[in-house]
Write a protein that binds this ligand. Structure first.
Ligand code: NOJ
Length: 530
């Protein structure tokens, strides 16, 4: 078994076993009192990230945006929105994070722009057939007078994926494609100008010292030739199907090769793609040596707290990356899905299971992504209708509540909202008074807290040789439990209802009390052979 290495050649691939921390900037810390988090708030709390022991940050989008989809609608891809403190605040964060040895990766949104992007205004003004329209996907409608959308595609956020425009002469005109909100028109990746502009954007941030990108909708961008109708339009929000003509088309790999060629000019940078593709061979294609370095694999996010499902998710994730000799990635949550404490049942049981699953995740070979607040064991928040801000709520005709419940701001200190998140009581999403128990301040002072448990797990994972390479093997364990081995380390999970007697060995870390030699239900443990 090899120990962590200082070989600079390997260092360029630092991300292979890194713990990334996802910062949702709106919800991290607000330093200017407007109730919305900002980049100086991230800089102010780098001590928290250092305490946790993470190697890198993934920042959700901070570019100039009308914030219809909270920054995933980009109006200027080469500037930071004043809401987040502008470019100077990003430079301060980069300097301060790098001084602590923490790398900073940014979200990049190449599938679409905001409808407030100058390109889109120019496209509307220029009319059908223009070079300006050719940067997006404009089509004539079907039916009498072109009054029906060009095809039957639904938007991922609900409703049709097409919106009709009024032409410069005042008449109803063409339709444009938006796989998400109508304020997020899809770019046309058959147009070389779109590639050129992306290259400018990539180099702009890389030249500023950014360490890489999380690529939004990395399986999107190019669409099936001819934009054919979908066979099945009853897709769940944010859960794409593998045979969906909106996503995962062969030509998308050309975009990834293009991105990779630019990143290769900046050694040590990384691209991690949001790849909602379930077929292993198709998923692995994104991780070929000249495409993405890492691909998010959402199988663990979708697995119930069930030993067989979890094992299957791990097996498939490992098998998929093995096809290309690539690095696995693991995450239990992000800003788009319910928090794991809630998914696993909520309350004390949900929290115990989230602790257990954190141990499973940190024991796996590869890169780990922790969504801000997971380290505090935050649950989702049931927000009142009037507080909801996700465009999904409106676009689904109030049938899908959207993602606000997992994006409630971080509680830092004190006994009442806004818990040090902001000086304003009017935070962009309301914070529940019950989070007084969950603040960073409280949890730092409590050796048994989720925060200190996460911290120990990250430290052990970083320091022990067992975690250094890809070695992994399943162990035979009773039903409703699972076990695997990394060198001399064993990780056991009890997802059943009866205690599991522990084998001999030294307990490195356990998510619950195991002093009686048994692993209780809803718990996990790391053991090393005696
Ligand atoms: C995926 C992002 O994670 C999500 O938050 C966003 O709404 C969509 N892509 C559209 O950009």
């Amino acid at each position: 078994m090899s120990a962590p290495t200082d070989d600079p050649a390997n260092d360029a691939r630092w991300w292979r076993r890194a713990v990334f921390y996802q910062v949702y900037p709106r919800s991290f810390c607000d330093t200017d009192g407007d109730g919305v988090g900002d980049l100086d708030g991230v800089t102010a709390h780098l001590d928290h990230l250092e305490y946790l022991g993470v190697e890198a940050i993934w920042l959700d989008p901070v570019m100039v945006s009308p914030m219809v989809d909270h920054g995933y609608d980009v109006a200027d891809p080469r500037d930071v929105d004043p809401l987040f403190g502008g470019m100077a605040a990003l430079d301060r964060l980069l300097d301060a994070a790098h001084a602590r040895g923490i790398r900073v990766t940014m979200d990049l949104v190449p599938n679409h722009t905001s409808s407030a992007h100058p390109w889109f205004s120019a496209a509307l003004a220029a009319g059908p057939g223009s070079a300006e329209r050719a940067r997006y996907i404009f089509r004539d409608g079907r039916g009498p007078g072109g009054s029906e959308p060009p095809n039957n595609w639904p938007s991922v956020f609900g409703g049709p994926a097409w919106t009709r425009v009024t032409e410069p002469d005042g008449r109803p005109g063409q339709w444009y494609l938006h796989l998400f909100d109508a304020a997020q028109p899809d770019l046309n990746w058959d147009n070389p100008e779109v590639f050129e502009d992306l290259e400018q954007t990539l180099r702009f941030w890389l030249d500023r010292g950014v360490d890489g990108f999380r690529i939004d909708v990395a399986h999107g961008m190019t669409k099936a030739p001819g934009l054919p109708d979908m066979a099945v339009t009853d897709t769940r929000l944010l859960a794409d199907l593998d045979d969906d003509p909106r996503f995962n088309n062969e030509s998308v790999h050309e975009v990834h090769r293009f991105i990779r060629r630019v990143l290769d000019d900046y050694p040590g940078t990384v691209a991690v793609g949001e790849v909602w593709v379930y077929d292993n061979v198709q998923f692995a294609a994104y991780l070929r040596h000249d495409e993405l370095h890492l691909g998010f694999n959402f199988r663990l996010v979708r697995a119930e707290f069930d030993a067989a499902e979890i094992r299957d998710a791990i097996d498939n994730s490992l098998a998929a990356v093995a096809l290309e000799g690539a690095t696995p990635t693991w995450t239990l949550s992000n800003h788009d899905v319910d928090r794991e404490v809630t998914r696993y049942g909520g309350g004390a049981v949900g929290l115990a299971r989230a602790r257990a699953m954190a141990l499973v995740m940190f024991a796996l070979p590869g890169a780990v992504f922790v969504y801000n607040g997971a380290e505090l064991g935050l649950p989702n928040v049931e927000l009142p209708d009037e507080a909801l801000q996700d465009p999904v709520w409106e676009r689904s005709g109030h049938t899908e509540r959207g993602r606000d419940g997992c994006q409630v701001p971080m509680p830092w200190c004190g006994d009442a909202p806004p818990f040090g998140f902001s000086s304003s009581p009017d935070t962009w999403l309301p914070m529940p008074p019950q989070w007084a128990e969950l603040t960073v301040q409280r949890q730092r002072a409590d050796p048994g807290s989720m925060l200190n448990f996460y911290r120990r797990a990250v430290a052990i994972r970083r320091d022990r040789a067992e975690f250094a390479d890809a070695d992994f093997g399943w162990l035979e364990t009773p039903p409703d439990t699972l076990g695997f081995r990394r060198g001399s380390l064993t990780c056991l999970l009890n997802a059943g209802s009866r205690p599991l007697p522990l084998p001999a060995g030294e307990v490195l870390l356990a998510s619950s009390d195991v002093t009686d030699g048994q692993l209780p239900p809803d718990a996990a443990v790391w053991l090393v052979a005696p």
